[in-house]
Each structure stands twice: as C-alpha cells, then as structure tokens.
Design a protein around this ligand. Sequence first.
Ligand code: PMP
Length: 434
Amino acid sequence: AMDFTQSHLWQQRADAVILGGVNSPSRSFKSVGGGTPVVMARAQGSRFVDVDGNTYIDYLAAYGPLVLGHAHPRVMEALRAATYDGILYGTPTTWEVEFAETLRAAIPDLERVRFVNSGTEAVMTTIRVARGATGRNKILKFAGCYHGHSDAVLVAAGSGPSSIGVPDSAGVTRAIAGEVITVPYNDLEAYDEALAVHGEDLAAVLVEPIVGNFGIVPPERPDYLAEVIARAHRVGALVIFDEVITAFRFHYGTAAQLYGVHADLYALGKIIGGGLPIGAYGGRRDVMESVAPLGPVYQAGTMAGNPASMRTGLACLEVLRDPAVYRHMDRLGAALEQGILASAQRHGVAITINRVGGAFTVFFGSHRVRDYAGAQATDGRRFAALFHALLRRGVFIAPSKYEAWFVSAQHTDADIEETLAAVDASFAEMAATS
Ligand code: PMP
C-alpha cells in the first residue's frame, strides 16, 4: 500500500499558511469526496513522484499545458538558455517577435497578437476588446464552459427563457452577471432564441470550440461552429474562441482550423508556454487595432512576453511541429479509450467516453454527453471511487468528473498497459464494493 505520510505533513503546514492549503481550488480533493492532496516533488517524462517517493503516471498534465510531458529535453534546454541572459527586461525582445511570428504562421487568423500571463487574462481582455470595438455590452457564453476567473465569466446560467446569467461566485455583481447571456452548448435552437432577444446588444459570443471544462465535449454537428459564427455575425456580434485548452492540443494549430472556421478573436494559453506562465490573445487586425497603444482599449502587463515563457513556448511549438507527435497521442488515446471501455464492460460498470485525440473524459453514465446538463447527470461518486482507486495504483487523473485525461508526447505503450491494468483492478474493486 502507498504511504502518504509526508504529503499529510506538508498539507498540514500548507493549511496553516496557504488559504485552503492549495493555490487553485481544483487541486483540493473536495470534489472527489475529500482526502489529502498529494504533494509532488519532481517529474520526468510521463511520470511524477510525490514527497513520499510514490510514482504516478500523470494524466493531469498540469490541467493541460504539459502536452510534451514533464521536463521535455527541448523545453528544458530553452529554459536553461533563457536563464543565462537575465530574466526580465521590460522592453521589447527578439523572442517575443519570433514567437508571435511562429504563432501567426501556425494560426493565420492571428493577424495581430498580444502576450499576457494566463488564460484568464487572455479571455478577460478579448471581452474588453469586443466591447470596445463594438460599443456593445453583452456577452453570450455556453453553460458549463470555463473561461478563467475574471468577473465577466464567473457567471452561471439563470433560469427562465431570457438566458440572463447569475453570479457563479460571491463577489461577482448581479449587474455584471446580467450582461452575460448563457445558453446550452450544442443547441442551436436555444442559441437562436437568445440571439433573437439579445442580439442587438451582444458584443461577442464566447465559446470553447471543443469543450474541455465539463469534460471533453466536441461539437455534435460538423457545422455547429460555423453556424454559431454565422448567426453571431448576422446580429453584429464578434466571435471569441477560447482555445486556452484546445490550441496545439489536437494538431499544430487551433480547433477552429479543424472545423475550417474563423473566429474574430482568440484566447490562447497553457500549451503555448511549454509549461511556463502564459496567455495570448489576438485575431482580426481591424479589431485588435482598438487596443492600446493604437486604440482606446487598455491592456498591459509587467510580465507580458517575458523571455523565459517566450523561449520555452517556442521550443514547445518546435517539437509540436512534427505531426508524428499528434499521431502518437491519438494512438495512445484510442488504446486507452478501447481498453477502459472493455474493462468497464467486463465488470458491469456503465461508462461513456468522449475522446478527441489524446484527450478524453470517462463519464459514469450510459447517456451521450453533449452539454453541461449531460455532464452534471453523470455519477460523481463513482468517479470519485475511480479517482482514489487509480491514485492508490499509481495513476494520477484530475480530481474532478468534469476534467479530461491528457496523454502526452512522452507517454509510452508500457504506460498505457500499466494504466489499463490499474483501471481494470479499480473497476473490479468498484464492482465488488457497490
Ligand atoms: N479558458 C479555458 C478554456 C481554460 O480551460 C482555462 C483554465 N483551465 C482558462 C481559460 C484560464 O486559464 P488560466 O488558468 O491560465 O488563467
């Protein structure tokens, strides 16, 4: 059995100084029935090791950035090189230019780009830009999508046909939530109804093109995103794709490119930093030109475009340039999907898996999950049981039924085999105790 003594001790110290013992609420084990969050010490490749010396195959990928796994040699080399030249200048650098050129070459829709420090900042700014550029106030978002923790997006679906949102966090005012319209994803009828009521006041429609935040949920209809965009444009609203999770996740570029569509603005983050803090936003030149110093929309940042993030990001994208990386993750993702489904069937556990490439979510339920309501209807207690059973067997997945498993470029066939054995033992245990 695994020993978690050191994790417990560190977590006790953490509780006394860090609010809630964690620096992001998703790291607590609250949504998997409690338990002490495991304190990690080091990582390499597909695995990390905790302070008690336990090793785990990592499918958390730090909630997405680690598409190359831990300590990828090319990224580490870039990071070390960055430290030889100082850390921060507060002036333009060559690295940010090269990085912007690289992003633009991969994503031609990024006619102009700006770097920030997190996905939250990226999305927050695209909303301000859309409001500034259109002179309108309202934003339409999709229930269950997560867009960071700025006020405008900590808004949940309200009840009633007008789709006006309500605060999803204390401290977010009703006035702010009232400017956010929320409709179900994958539902063009509800979308049309909201556009009919609010269209003239809409600055932007904000969407995760392939949802990653109530589990992996892709568009059901191949033309869904094209329709979302066309109908938004018909009422004069801009379209913002939040690709913080999806950009460079499934191929060398955006989810928009996979569906052959063009948003007006994009928010990026996670993978593009190679593991260092980063965010970026950009898009249509005419819209971006409303941002300072050219235009009246203000946005700034002391750490924006910091050389270390630029250099690790560049290194990461260089590795991802090779399509074999994505073929590898897709193949391992498919093997996991098939193996987990077979194992669940063997033990009479009802699950459904949504997968895109190397990212997938195991939902406890036999219904198809196409929207937030569908994800909410899955069994959180069974998910918690799987989470803890896997943890004890050295497989680390995110402690939430709404998250994805992320396969990285450094996962191996042996990792998949070991994982599937752990999954099978976990399902056997769950079947025996339920
Ligand atoms: N948008 C999406 C789609 C995300 O998944 C996240 C983070 N999970 C964010 C925005 C916020 O990014 P960050 O945590 O870097 O602020």
